[in-house]
Design a binder for this molecule. Sequence first.
Ligand SMILES: Cc1ncc(COP(=O)(O)O)c(C=O)c1O
Length: 374
Amino acid sequence: MMQSFYRDTWADIDLDAIRFNMKQMKERYPSPKKVYAVVKANAYGHGDVEVAQAALEAGADQLAVALLDEAVHLRKQFPEVPILILGRIRPEQAPVAAEHNLMVTIFQSEWVLKADQYLNEPLQVHLKIDTGMNRQGIKSADEAYALLTTMKSTSLVLKGVYSHLATADEDERLLLETQMTRFQQYITEFQDYFTEEVEVHLGNSAGAMRFPESMYDAVRFGIGMYGLYPSDLVRDETKIPLKPAFSLQSRLIHIKQIEPNETISYGTTYTAQEKEWIGTVPLGYGDGWIRKLQGFHVLVNGKKYPIVGRVCMDQFMVKLDQQFPVDTPVVIIGEQQGNVVTTDDVARHLETINYEIPCMINQRVPRVYHNVNK
Ligand SMILES: Cc1ncc(COP(=O)(O)O)c(C=O)c1O
């Protein structure tokens, strides 16, 4: 593979893992049911075009993104694939969506009227119903009725209706069941509008993995496609095998021995107790490897070593137990000689969710794609 960058840190993206994970979902939702590959936020930091390509090869039927910009970018690569925008676009931008044959999420009657003034060709839309997430969507049957009747005399074409679950990954039943019941009530009440051609969809990864019988015509598969479980509960309950697609690699760029009482990095937050071997790794908060990762660990020669001293913008230091040569491989996320640091480990250290980790490693870290050709 031709290397198109010079730095010693990069993310490996295993496209076979994406294919494997997508196949898990497609086996559970065979045609005519549909699986959306959710590739918003540059495919959760993995690379939108590459992931979309691999997902489609493995049977994904459609793509979903958050932004009009993301959809337009993908449309250039995938002229025929249905693409749904999950976020709200501005009504004056409706013609851009129509021109690119994109599906848009709607939930405001005023939006429908406004967008129609700008449109001179049909625009495919999905109606979003807020069943309890309280983020976006219509909140009542009256609102649904108003919007659907307003739509009748416009260029908008109803292609789908959906809602989003707030707690499908949790051991929580009250809101989950409320959301599912409310959604079904809308589907029943508006069955004259939601005809055969209108796609009904509800589940994200957690919903799709845990409740396959309640997911209607399609599911929106995000985190699971990247080989990460929405939660430990989903992993343990479903036992669906997934393979992580993201790993983060580097090399030691410097190594030295420091004396007792010497300190490391800004602010002298770490003081050596004895003679210590210290390695320098070229990754820092300028790459998204934030200062809170001080105290976390990385793999060198298959063993975990702690990050000591403040993480800098471009580098951090690691305490080793022996001298290693410059250029020794460092695995920051991933497997090395049978030992592993997972995305979940990083998330746990940061008291956050695994979704955030590949997203936060920014574009300064090049992505290297493996198994590009099926
Ligand atoms: C509306 C909607 N559907 C589906 C997804 C995919 O969720 P997940 O990554 O949990 O599968 C998201 C992601 O946040 C979303 O906002």
